[in-house]
Design a protein around this ligand. Sequence first.
Ligand SMILES: *[C@@H]1O[C@H](CO)[C@@H](O)[C@H](O)[C@H]1NC(C)=O
Ligand SMILES: *[C@@H]1O[C@H](CO)[C@@H](O)[C@H](O)[C@H]1NC(C)=O
Ligand SMILES: *[C@@H]1O[C@H](CO)[C@@H](O)[C@H](O)[C@H]1NC(C)=O
Ligand SMILES: *[C@@H]1O[C@H](CO)[C@@H](O)[C@H](O)[C@H]1NC(C)=O
Ligand SMILES: *[C@@H]1O[C@H](CO)[C@@H](O)[C@H](O)[C@H]1NC(C)=O
Ligand SMILES: *[C@@H]1O[C@H](CO)[C@@H](O)[C@H](O)[C@H]1NC(C)=O
Length: 392
Amino acid sequence: MDGRRRSLFCMSLLIGLLQISAKLIPCDRIHNDRNCYIHNISIDPTENHNDTQFQHVLQLVLDNCSIVQFSSELFANLGETNFLTLKRGNVPNVNFSSETLHTLRIDKTGLKNLSIASIPNHNLNTLMINRNPISILPNTIRYLFALSIVDLSQNQLNHMNLDWFQQMDNLMILDLSWNHIVRIDGSSDLRLKRLKNFWINHNQLSQVPWFPIAFPKLERIRLSDNYWTCSWVRAVRQQIWDRGIQLFDADSACSEQQEGGLCCYVSATVGSPTAKYEFIEIDFQPQTASIMEMEPEKPQSASLVAADREGKGNVTCRSFQEKIRNLKREMLIMARERAEMEQQFAKKVQSLQELLRGIREDLGESEKEVSRYRLKERLEMIAKTERLNNKK
Ligand SMILES: *[C@@H]1O[C@H](CO)[C@@H](O)[C@H](O)[C@H]1NC(C)=O
Ligand SMILES: *[C@@H]1O[C@H](CO)[C@@H](O)[C@H](O)[C@H]1NC(C)=O
Ligand SMILES: *[C@@H]1O[C@H](CO)[C@@H](O)[C@H](O)[C@H]1NC(C)=O
Ligand SMILES: *[C@@H]1O[C@H](CO)[C@@H](O)[C@H](O)[C@H]1NC(C)=O
Ligand SMILES: *[C@@H]1O[C@H](CO)[C@@H](O)[C@H](O)[C@H]1NC(C)=O
Ligand SMILES: *[C@@H]1O[C@H](CO)[C@@H](O)[C@H](O)[C@H]1NC(C)=O
């Protein structure tokens, strides 16, 4: 009895000591009892991250913070947090390891080194890394089996291996746009079984391997601004068309034609390529094309973004973001209208050409008619003058 009481006492003393040494980072603001916003803090890499505690909330947003190493210890101390957003500031190294996070978002933190623990992870369903100088993705990303949305747009990635995503049975959106990707690899048995959106516009790609066989459920694709080889474009064009995959974008810079389509190159050598223009139908759907807006299947992601938006907590900011969203929507509508106008224009040109051809044929006919008539006239004249001469 006594021993037990003493050990209890010792334990509470130990807990007390731990609490004294632990460094709790308070929220600057808590929204709805769920969302915690922390600004401008810095966590030194030499500190013992085991002692750094965060308040237990559902969503944590670290804005403009300086954390040279976001270590696995920090991840371990996130408690029940499901959504973590690191935005702006300086977080160049991230060692991801977590059993609780559903969403990890790293936006413009100067991220260069990402490491992902080689432990099977069945919780993280959304990974968004944007506007960072990161150029290499660790192949341990393949341990993130539950990923459904992977948005890696606007980084400096230079290579991608689709085999890393093979085991992600729920992967629906893969956005690799606006990177420096020169090559995408994938083995012949690659199948991204549920992938619906595949965006690879604005890279330096000459082809995508096993396309579209490896993408049995693909619905939407963005391809513009790459260095596609013409043979690849020719090979996939009919299949994109047959499978009803919507091409969401088009090149316009490399040709005098304006119907929409893709620029392609005869030789894959990047440098001074001679662009050719291959035509693919564009089909703009009335849906919006942004990941955020078109993803009703992932309410977590949407609510995170919403919370983030509110995180500004500020009417001016919110109205600005509202304006930006409206502008984006307007841009989309304008792009759609432009494509429609171009199609209409193309049709008009075609019908004008047919009309012209018709007129020309008619003209030719009437010219023949006229010359036949003239000939007849002349013959009659000759006959007449001959008759007159004979009378004389
Ligand atoms: C963060 O730092 C900036 C500049 O020093 C300051 O304007 C802002 O109020 C700070 N934010 C918070 C939440 O402390
Ligand atoms: C970010 O935090 C730093 C201090 O770490 C501060 O000097 C800077 O003004 C802050 N920037 C913004 C936009 O809040
Ligand atoms: C932090 O905790 C982990 C596991 O609890 C331990 O292995 C590690 O040594 C600790 N690090 C420090 C610096 O105390
Ligand atoms: C972070 O990850 C890198 C690369 O895997 C590793 O070398 C480093 O030791 C890790 N650092 C910490 C603090 O876990
Ligand atoms: C990233 O990690 C490499 C080694 O893994 C290291 O040399 C480099 O300094 C790290 N980059 C940053 C920004 O810390
Ligand atoms: C939002 O920010 C502006 C100026 O930055 C300030 O005047 C206003 O009071 C803030 N609004 C709220 C609701 O915090």
